[in-house]
Design a protein. Structure first.
Length: 372
């Protein structure tokens, strides 16, 4: 039996985290007895979503561990030693790292293993973003120096190119064991939201981390402008937590058509309640939420951005340039005036994701990597 550690930043909201959960859930549900998974988080999140998710993992028989119980930044100091201890104690066969902070911790753990000449498990890295260490390039180069010829998976072509670019900048060789594995989704069940929507309005939701990468600052500014025209037609729902929580709360205080709720567990199963999902991201790896929305037949209003554009048909009518005010305004005008054939949009998006982002293909690809 292969012991596999799935290392994520925290058991909380995030596309990388969801990929790890889906891998484990799907392999466990299909009773692939060759695998023994443990989900390992760097630090403990205190959000309600995290608590609910951990209860769900326990009910599904998924093991998880926390490397450090204190603050996020301190976890980067102490987590490598905790991971080092777990490797010595449990001797995992494979360590699968998701995104930059787990890579950082793993890189320091590998340094410890090398220092004491201890055999290293097989390393699998999934690159979930198209911008790596955007504001900390020196840290990124430091991290990469610990990695040599591991299995490297890009969730999209542009994500894999980001890995190659960082290796080139760091004057390091590129692993010859690299490939693209698209994030996979299954058709979500429809479940009710824990709050009510207004059926007389156009209900538009943002779901995810309230961070600059997600374009939250731009969306806040746009809503302030749009509400002069659209306040009587559109309700905006922000579902998530993050750096811009206070800004969104202030926006909700200022406008009656804006609402914010904390992150909701298994949000993919609730997307079908909304009329549209809006995603003003600056960049992504290969964002799951857009794929989930198309499976739920909810049109996505999406910024033209690496890793997001790839999740929608090339001729998608609801794409806009993030720095162009009038493009997003025109989309909302056309929505309000019923100028889009929404049923055709939904059908086209559903067909596209169903042909491209198969959960079964994703799982089969990772199983093949684990077993090599």
């Amino acid at each position: 039996m292969l012991k596999i550690y799935q290392i994520i930043t925290s058991i909380d909201v995030g596309g990388a985290e969801n990929v790890a959960f889906r891998l484990v859930d799907n392999i466990n549900q299909n009773k692939m007895n060759d695998f023994d998974f443990t989900v390992i988080e760097l630090y403990k999140s205190k959000s309600n979503y995290s608590k609910e998710k951990k209860q769900e993992l326990l009910l599904n028989g998924v093991k998880f561990k926390t490397l450090f119980n204190g603050y996020k930044r301190l976890s980067l100091v102490f987590a490598p030693f905790s991971l080092f201890y777990l490797i010595l104690k449990n001797k995992p066969n494979v360590i699968h790292s998701h995104t930059d902070l787990p890579d950082f911790v793993l890189s320091n753990t590998l340094r410890l293993l090398n220092l004491f000449k201890i055999y290293k498990p097989k390393i699998v890295r999934t690159i979930h973003n198209t911008e790596l260490w955007q504001t900390h390039r020196k840290v990124g180069k430091y991290v990469e120096k610990s990695f040599e010829n591991e299995y490297v998976v890009g969730v999209s072509d542009v994500a894999l190119q980001a890995y190659k670019r960082l290796r080139y900048e760091s004057k390091l060789s590129i692993s010859n064991k690299h490939r693209v594995v698209f994030n996979g989704c299954s058709i979500p069940q429809k479940k009710e939201l824990p709050f009510n929507l207004n059926p007389k309005k156009i209900n538009v939701a943002f779901c995810g981390r309230l961070e600059q990468q997600k374009g939250i600052d731009v969306l806040i500014d746009r809503i302030k402008m749009f509400n002069k025209l659209f306040a009587n037609h559109v309700h905006f729902y922000f579902i998530g937590n993050g750096t811009y929580e206070r800004d969104v709360d202030l926006l909700a205080t200022e406008f009656e058509n804006v609402f914010r709720y904390d992150s909701i567990s298994n949000i993919s199963e609730k997307l079908a309640n909304f009329d549209f999902i809006i995603m003003p991201s600056r960049f992504e790896g290969l964002v799951l939420l857009s794929i989930e929305a198309s499976y739920a037949k909810v049109p996505v209003i999406a910024a033209i951005a690496p890793g997001l554009s790839e999740t929608l048909p090339s001729d998608w009518l609801l794409k806009f340039n993030l720095d162009n005010y009038t493009e997003l305004e025109d989309i909302f005008k056309k929505i309000i005036n019923n100028e889009y054939d929404l049923e055709l949009l939904k059908s086209n998006a559903y067909t596209f994701v169903n042909n491209t982002f198969s959960l079964e293909k994703m799982v089969e690809s990772y199983v093949e990597i684990y077993l090599k």
